[in-house]
Design a protein around this ligand. Structure first.
Ligand SMILES: [Zn+2]
Length: 215
């Protein structure tokens, strides 16, 4: 499809939903963590894959290794929104776009000005103490002593509000995503492979006339 054709479709739509994945943020220098080689643990004398490292099992059994990988490969404090984030924020401001559904956890859509962002996998910007539920923003979490962030109020582990492998998605976000996609007239999918769960399953709810896939 030509850019002109895409612009034409966008102009004729007034309830756009954008569904995006890791590819949206690579221009902001955030590599897909799945592309990393994982982590070699001296203690366990073993190499772990990125998927293993960000699993709930790993987080609870080996918090030291989990947070080492997490802080190194999933958190980019200097990242800034790119043209894609800014264009989507603009479309929302113009009343054309209803929601951004993202698999990313970097918060760059909000930084670009998007208001209705449905974060399927949570956000690195929210962190909660697993004992007393105290909230920590990203900097506060990173400034806690040690590799594993322990709450400075009660000593509990501060866990990022990020959906790990083996953990379920938030039900409220799922319903909002389904509602947004099923009522949209244009669904734009960008930077994600449709074979990856949950992208494929949500797209089935689309009933509008135009669906555009940007790779
Ligand atoms: Zn606490």
């Amino acid at each position: 499809m030509s850019i002109e054709k895409l612009v034409e479709i966008i102009k004729s739509s007034d309830n756009i939903v954008f569904f995006g994945g890791a590819g949206v943020s690579t221009e902001s220098n955030i590599p897909d963590f799945r592309s990393s080689s994982g982590l070699f643990s001296q203690k366990l004398n073993k190499n772990f894959t990125p998927e293993q490292l960000v699993s709930h099992t790993f987080y609870s059994r080996y918090p030291e290794e989990f947070f080492k990988f997490y802080k190194d490969k999933l958190v980019y404090t200097e990242a800034k929104p790119n043209k894609a984030h800014l264009a989507l924020a603009k479309l929302e401001e113009l009343g054309k776009l209803n929601a951004v559904v993202t698999q990313n956890i970097d918060g760059l859509h909000q930084m670009a000005g998007s208001k209705n962002v449905l974060e399927l996998h949570g956000s690195i910007h929210r962190n909660y103490c697993t004992k007393c539920n105290e909230f920590f923003d990203l900097n506060e979490m990173l400034n806690l002593d040690g590799t594993v962030p322990y709450c400075d109020k009660c000593g509990g582990i501060v866990k990022p509000d990020v959906v790990l492998y083996e953990e379920g998605l938030d039900n409220d976000i799922i319903s909002k995503t389904v509602a947004a996609i099923s009522s949209s007239d244009l669904l734009i999918i960008g930077g994600t492979s449709l074979v990856v769960y949950p992208a494929a399953s949500f797209i089935n709810y689309f009933k509008g006339s135009n669906i555009v896939l940007i790779r």
